[in-house]
Ligand binder design. Sequence first.
Ligand code: PMP
Length: 387
Amino acid sequence: MRASAVRALFAVANRPEVVSLAGGMPNIADLPLDVVANTLSDLVKTKGQQAMQYGSGQGEPMIREQICDVMALEGIEAHPDDITITCGSQQGLDLVTRIFCNPGDVVLAEAPSYVGALGTFGSYQCEVVHVAMDDEGLQPEALRAAAQACAAAGKRAKFLYTIPNFNNPSGVTQSLERRKAIVEVCRELDILVVEDNPYGLLTLDAEPIPAIRSLDEEQVIYLGSFSKTFAPGFRVGWVLAPHAVREKLVLAQESATLCPPVFSQYAISSYLANHDWKAQIVTFKDMYRARRDAMMEALAEYMPEGTTWTEPKGGFFVWVTLPEGLDTQAMLPRAVTARVAYTPGTAFYADGLGSRNMRLSYCFPPPDRIREGVRRLADVVNREFEL
Ligand code: PMP
């Protein structure tokens, strides 16, 4: 196991004078706390005994039914029996890796990919093989080549890990054509797809694209989460998996936690039942859109020539590529001195690439702080040329 580069940063980045474009914390300031407080209070009064008791290893039936409605928004038809509740989708990643991977097994993942997933794969001693992506997401032919190279080396790729919507860290979204092509390749080569989709409903410009799981029920294991559409502190996510995998997942969940947090499941279930959660997501989207736009404008205004960045259509992140010769890891202490923080690109590769890249998050600071942060960052980048 390796210490997370992101976590090590938090202590410094959280100082008030620093504009942190580093972390990926959702901004939950717009949540109606009075509504949540009433929901929790009613819950304790009316169902406290069950909500504070041990529960099912698979998760409570009521919330599993409601999750089917949430997933329907992205074209997924699911049965509540095929859902296993987890402590955030992070635990879903852990359980899936535990079930499928022995030390030395290969996991295919986008280049770049989510640092927390790379950490999980590393903790089970998997080898991560990155697959190239472009503006439309993971490239199916690169996927085929990577899987075939693994097979030729006598290794089997256990699954493809992919974040099709607003990839963390790149902000890139897979087009529907790409999703279809990826499923085709995975069917042909018999590789499972692990679709990680915590940001899918936070589309800022268009309707959600159908999930990969909506294209194939047998080949795809889908990870969902309430962390970004409600609040991360409840730690409730889920895995939708084909029947045989689901049975193993429940066993793995029971061995890990006995049961996922029952109180949190009841709390979210009551929130979904009694509150207009879809309208709340619209409120979140309006807030994130203003922040995304502020970051896009500031990057265009301040960043030196030769710097490029992605244009996210949702989610939290922008992926910046600095001009040749610059190194975001080496630059970070100078950025923090200049009171701005970001996450260096190398955190998102298992193979040391990404030294000219950085991930900028627009989710947490308000728009004026984002503008100021990008201005400070551009100053730092400009000074790098003089070093
Ligand atoms: N997957 C991705 C791509 C993420 O960005 C995150 C959180 N940053 C997670 C999984 C884990 O989220 P949670 O455990 O809160 O559901």
